[in-house]
Write a protein that binds this ligand. Structure first.
Ligand SMILES: *Cc1c(COP(=O)(O)O)cnc(C)c1O
Length: 409
């Protein structure tokens, strides 16, 4: 993991917000990848942290990350998680449902606190990578629908609770999005809600969070959506809508995860078994097996995510041949790259590098087949340092609850 790259990308988002809005806040989406060291970097960068479980919150607190700069997300926060968040002094809880609204209000009240909250709204924008669909009704587990009227009902409910302080509204329209259109439509609809609020309560909600989902390049035919493209586009919509509706421009925040950490990291594999098969049409395909697979990168198997790969330990002038890069798990679907041209002379012991694995790689890793999860190594100024150590077999065995053997009769 390239630490400088992480810093540059985080700063670019903050700079784009400052440029467009004269301020605003970046919340890094911890679920894309977090460990104590990353939380320390973010603290140094003065970037906020978006967590969505008690576990992610625990990492932030272990890094002495300032609780006031934490946002707490999730569609099913437990009472224990809500209490822990309020007790820690988490800056904002993003309320996701009517059930949760009552839960947060009650827990805050019992603790004699007033908790700052946002409401997560679904603006009827369904963004998938290169396209977005604008819909009137939402069929998703997250948030309050604007179109159905639930958003305004939730606002009224918040305003009637003394133990919560509604400071703003939030949306997150999807992931790995390349077009600015979806963000613009979402921003416009959210500003519409700010206007409805002002009309009813004669005061303004001060904050607006437009979420994450900014796409990155995994292969050479993709290009990322840059912060200095998307933030000005969002800003233009927010400012013109606010002007039209006679609102002052709210404090705007965003929640990039993948766009900050994704490109910073390259996974290094050791090549093991290779084999060549003949396909039905007579052509050949070479399989290259690596010492990992769906346990440390589930994305290709889970949703067909695309990656590229490079021979990393030497240069080769051998002719490139059709190759499938596979893992070592007991599943035919354990494929990292279905089809890529790689040098014919790749053999056991070579290193294969897969770039752009920083987001949703290690963070989604499992111990399937009892494979210990890999270490994460950060590189800065020519020095390498482990920031998460490699798991070993005793880590795995530590969880086994072994009882004294029962005497057989
Ligand atoms: C996942 C998520 C993000 C980050 O998404 P990226 O695609 O990594 O930018 C931000 N906000 C919320 C609410 C999320 O669920």
């Amino acid at each position: 993991m390239d630490q400088d790259d992480f810093y540059l990308r985080a700063k670019a988002w903050q700079a784009a917000l400052t440029q467009s809005f004269g301020g605003g806040q970046v919340y890094y989406a911890a679920k894309s990848f977090v460990c104590v060291e990353i939380a320390k970097w973010l603290k140094e960068l003065k970037i906020g942290l978006d967590v969505c479980t008690g576990g992610e919150l625990a990492v932030a607190l272990a890094a002495n990350f300032p609780a006031s700069e934490i946002e707490f997300h999730g569609n099913n926060k437990s009472e224990i998680e809500i209490s822990a968040a309020i007790k820690a002094g988490v800056g904002t809880i993003v309320i996701d449902s009517f059930d949760e609204l009552s839960r947060v209000a009650k827990i805050a009240k019992d603790m004699n606190k007033v908790q700052k909250v946002y409401l997560r709204l679904t603006p009827g924008v369904d963004a998938h990578t290169h396209e977005f669909i604008s819909t009137a009704h939402e069929d998703v587990k997250f948030g309050f629908s604007i179109a159905s009227g639930d958003a305004l009902i939730a606002i009224d409910k918040c305003m009637s609770e003394d133990s919560i302080n509604l400071a703003g509204i939030h949306c997150h329209i999807g992931s790995q999005i390349f077009e600015v259109e979806g963000f613009k439509v979402a921003a416009e609809r959210l500003v519409g809600v700010l206007a409805s609020f002002r009309d009813k309560y004669s005061t303004q909600l001060p904050e607006l969070n437009i979420g994450g989902g900014y796409g990155i390049a995994y292969t050479q035919d993709e290009s990322a959506i840059a912060p200095d493209t998307v933030i000005p586009a969002i800003s233009e919509v927010i400012k013109s809508e606010c002007k039209k509706l006679n609102l002052s421009v709210p404090k705007v925040s965003v929640e990039p995860g993948r766009a900050i950490v994704g490109p910073t990291t390259t996974t290094l594999y050791v090549v093991g078994t290779t084999k060549t098969v003949t396909l039905e049409n007579g052509s050949k395909r070479r399989y290259v097996s690596v010492d990992g697979g769906m346990s440390e990168n589930i994305r290709p198997a889970l949703y067909g995510a695309k990656y590229s790969a490079y021979l990393a330990n030497r240069t080769s002038t051998a002719k490139p041949i059709t190759t499938r890069v596979v893992g070592k798990h007991c599943e035919s679907g354990d494929v990292l790259i279905p089809n890529i041209d790689l040098p014919e002379d790749i053999k056991a012991g070579d290193l294969l590098a897969i770039p752009a694995t920083g987001a949703y790689g290690r963070s989604m890793a499992s111990n399937y087949n009892h494979i210990p999860r890999p270490s994460v190594i950060s590189v800065v100024n020519g020095t390498a340092r482990e920031i998460l150590r490699r798991e070993n077999e005793s880590d795995l065995l530590n969880l086994d609850v072994v009882q004294a053997p029962r005497a057989l009769s």
